[in-house]
Design a protein around this ligand. Structure first.
Ligand code: NAD
Length: 350
């Protein structure tokens, strides 16, 4: 390898928030969500070859900071992400993130990216992918409870990937519902703002809960959930933070990403450790059944797993080429003689 080629490898493409937004517009949000879902599905189908571990979480009274690593043996990825429900009231995001892909053979990073927007996109794409396999056939209406930062992404993914045409919106804060309705106007979805969670779930075949509160909340009680629905539970994703009454879980067939993580963080933390669940990748590979009948309640106990972020970063890397929508970061020290790191520092002061 020439010196120039080695120096090029030391420059790491970086996708800023601005460039991520441009990339979303360049690709188109429907194509982005659909493409992401395809990448996630492809990686879930090769689930067994990934290095997997529950994410490393550092908890505080206000929230959590987490690292989410995985590798397929050729590429390594991780995401840094926080969850701070009280941030929103102070004008900050509840969830922010950035992430990195690296070449396993050299350990050199090959992509650094903002992931606050990308997480919203990948969470929505994952939810819709799961619902495409588990929701009742012909579902057209979704209740969207919690109309914060994730909500429009969820609504659009369910339209693009599952064919949902009506979204019934509810949030304890009417300003959030107004914001979501405004942002989704012109999307082709029929939007029905509702004044309670009970009203929102009327006639809905899919119920998405996407609220943020660091407590054992009860967004849905057992009597609210009729047979045959699919529940997409997004917001319970941390110890001590859930959204559904335990009795709903006992009536549902529960589908999860990675059980060792979901049992700590998901709605599952309310049930005994040996409660039977299905890993969603097995539905995709045909090794476990998905929805069996029209009366069954299916529940996706979503917490967000590292492989989804890996897929999302792969998608961005593959679609970045020839767009120019990145900066080259001088992230890695790169002396001409690899053993002369010290000499390079000294010469910089001369
Ligand atoms: P956000 O703070 O922007 O929005 C949350 C909304 O929930 C707010 O509008 C709030 O008013 C509303 N809310 C709170 N309590 C409610 C209640 N009892 N009933 C109805 N609405 C209520 O947060 P966000 O970024 O949209 O994230 C939502 C949740 O999703 C968070 O808990 C976050 O941790 C989680 N999340 C999960 C994943 C995943 O992969 N599972 C990924 C990203 C975010």
């Amino acid at each position: 390898m020439t010196q120039t080629e080695a120096s090029d490898l030391a420059l790491v493409p970086f996708v800023s928030v601005d460039n991520m937004m441009r990339l979303v517009h360049r690709i188109g949000i429907d194509a982005f969500l659909t493409g992401l879902a395809n990448y996630i599905e492809a990686d879930f189908r090769r689930w067994e070859l990934f290095d997997k571990t529950p994410r490393v979480a550092s908890h505080s009274a206000e929230g959590v900071i987490e690292l989410m690593p995985t590798s397929d043996g050729e590429v390594y990825g991780f995401k840094y992400v926080n969850g701070h429900p009280k941030n929103m009231k102070k004008g900050r995001q509840t969830v922010t993130a950035f992430g990195l892909l690296a070449d396993v053979a050299t350990g050199y990073p090959v992509l650094l990216s903002e992931m606050t927007i990308l997480t919203a996109l990948r969470t929505a794409a994952t939810s819709a992918l799961v619902a495409r396999h588990l929701a009742p056939k012909g579902a057209t209406t979704m209740a969207m409870i919690g109309n914060g930062a994730q909500s429009e992404f969820q609504s659009l993914a369910f339209r693009a990937i599952c064919g949902i045409d009506t979204v019934r919106l509810y949030d304890i804060d009417p300003a959030a519902t107004e914001k979501a309705a405004r942002n989704l106007a012109g999307s082709g979805l029929t939007l029905v703002p509702c004044t309670s969670a009970e009203a929102a779930i009327e006639g809905a075949q899919i119920i998405t809960t996407c609220t943020a509160d660091k407590q054992y909340a009860t967004i849905l009680t057992d009597n609210m959930v009729g047979s045959g629905v699919h529940i997409n539970a997004i917001g319970g994703d941390c110890p001590g933070k859930t959204e559904l009454h335990q009795d709903i879980l006992l009536r549902s067939d529960i589908f999860v990403e990675y059980p060792p993580q979901t049992r700590i963080e998901g709605e599952l933390q309310q049930l005994p450790e040996d409660h039977a669940v299905t890993e969603f990748w097995q539905v995709l590979t045909g090794t476990a059944p998905g929805r069996r009948d029209a009366r069954q309640i299916t529940l996706f106990d979503s917490v967000g797993f590292a492989i989804e972020d890996f897929s999302a970063l792969r998608f961005v890397r593959d679609h970045l080429r020839d767009t120019g929508l990145y900066d080259q970061l001088d992230l890695l020290a790169d002396p001409d003689d690899p053993r002369d790191l010290f000499g390079m520092v000294m010469r910089a002061g001369a």
